[in-house]
Design a protein around this ligand. Structure first.
Ligand SMILES: Nc1ncnc2c1ncn2[C@@H]1O[C@H](COP(=O)(O)OP(=O)(O)O)[C@@H](O)[C@H]1O
Ligand SMILES: [Mg+2]
Length: 420
């Protein structure tokens, strides 16, 4: 047989550049519709060029609005403008979320030919003085980018930031904080707030037209434009705009759609490819969030899915609880109380796996309707991947008929009124 990889290795004539540049981690050299924000940041940092000190900056905006990549772009341009005479240190506070790990990370990012400091075992004050010593020794201006800075506050309060602000007050340095949490600054101590929030810059969400320009720019020089139907670009832009103007989502969708069309050897990327990319994307997210659920949450979600399947339009908490108990007993677990299950249902709603809707139904009081998000088939199959469900039969799933009767009479009542 022919080498089964041959058909994949043939590069398409439509690819004219490096496909890796379409990945969302690639930092482009141009940012359509972010010129104003980039110029604002540059203006604030410009005093560094003349040997001065720049204000600290806070950057706000929803995820995918270009905050991280624009900031990295500006600091790399600044570094170029000062001929490399700059320490630009990037820390993602979602990953490094303690005062200690951040300080160690900053130390080890300063390139002065000294040995790396171990990530554990030094007392905090030693770390603090070592950091100041190395920053002074480097003789360069330092910009510390604290991305997702709200995560740092969430875990450590204002203290960690206070220490970093103290460090930078002793050397020539500034902080750029980036966050998607607009209320973040209100949660800071007054002493930290005034020092950190010297300048703030907002990255507004992109609209569909702006996203379309960004997509056209990102594919230029990589893929021949005739390979991509306008409808595909427009749809990616619309879907990103719907998702709070998320450029990452638009770019990822287009990249997956392009890769798919290339793999299948077709000569046009269409809106259909984008829909398929979106399904794949959403399936991955759904699968990942179900996989990591605790076992009782999986049982509750399975109960919601099966209950909805037997009685598609009316799924209420009581039914889900009854079926959850059946599932739990069948699998050999002691069922949790109704109250705990209510909490788990709220958690599942927060994760976007369920949606609830409370409606008032006349004399039957207020009733909470629950629906699973996404396809019931997919949800079931992802839950069943957990070995705990290996022998699950689901023979005891019941429909609560009493409720159904109540609703029927309620709707009958409505019809009578309408007919009067
Ligand atoms: N104006 C733009 N032009 C080109 N690419 C952009 C633009 N804005 C965002 N991107 C790209 O979208 C993706 C998400 O941007 P990112 O800076 O990570 O957003 P944020 O940090 O706000 O979540 C990145 O791949 C980035 O390069
Ligand atoms: Mg970011």
């Amino acid at each position: 047989m022919d080498n089964p990889f041959i058909k994949y290795s043939k590069t398409s004539d439509y690819v004219i550049g490096d496909l890796k540049k379409l990945s969302s981690s690639y930092i482009p050299d141009n940012f359509p519709h972010r010129e104003r924000q980039i110029n604002e940041i540059a203006k604030i940092l410009s005093s560094i060029i003349n040997g001065g000190i720049a204000s600290n900056i806070l950057i706000y905006g929803k995820s995918g609005s270009g905050k991280t990549s624009s900031t990295l772009y500006v600091t790399s341009m600044l570094s170029e403008a000062v001929s490399g005479n700059l320490n630009s240190i990037y820390i993602n506070c979602e990953i490094y979320d303690s005062q200690y790990s951040i300080l160690i990370n900053i130390i080890n990012s300063i390139n002065i030919g000294e040995t790396q400091v171990p990530s554990l075992g030094l007392p905090l004050d030693r770390v603090y003085f070592e950091l100041i010593r190395r920053l002074k020794k480097s003789g360069k201006y330092t910009i510390i980018i604290l991305d997702e800075i709200d995560k740092l506050i969430q875990k450590n309060g204002s203290d960690a930031l206070y220490v970093i602000l103290k460090v930078i007050s002793e050397v020539n340095a500034s902080i750029i904080g980036i966050t998607n949490d607009s209320s973040f600054v209100n949660r800071l101590d007054a002493r930290v707030q005034s020092r950190l929030n010297q300048e703030s810059i907002i990255f507004p969400p992109y609209n569909a037209i702006e996203l379309r320009d960004i997509l056209n720019f990102r594919v230029s020089g990589i893929i021949k434009r005739e390979f991509i139907d306008d409808s595909a670009i427009n749809l990616c832009a619309a879907l990103g705009a719907q998702e709070h103007g998320d450029a990452r989502k638009s770019i990822d969708l287009l990249r997956i759609a392009i890769e798919n069309a290339l793999r299948e050897g077709r000569d046009l990327v269409t809106a259909d490819d984008v829909y398929r990319a979106r399904d794949k994307f959403e399936m991955n997210i759904l699968k990942e969030s179900i996989k990591t659920l605790p076992i009782h949450s999986k049982m509750v979600l399975l109960s919601a899915a099966l209950t909805q399947e037997t009685d598609s339009d009316l799924t209420v908490t009581g039914e889900i609880y009854e079926n959850y108990k059946n599932i739990s007993t069948e699998l050999g677990f002691q069922p949790l109380t109704m109250r705990r299950i209510s909490d788990l249902l709220t958690d599942l709603e927060d994760l976007g796996l369920l949606s609830t809707n409370t409606r008032s139904l006349g004399r039957y009081g207020r009733t909470k309707f629950i629906r699973v998000m996404g396809s019931i088939e997919n949800i079931k199959s992802y839950i069943m991947e957990d070995p705990a469900f290996i022998n699950f039969q689901g023979s005891k799933i019941v429909k609560q008929t009493k409720l159904r009767t109540n609703f029927d009479s309620y709707f009958d009542g409505l019809n009578e009124n309408n007919n009067k």
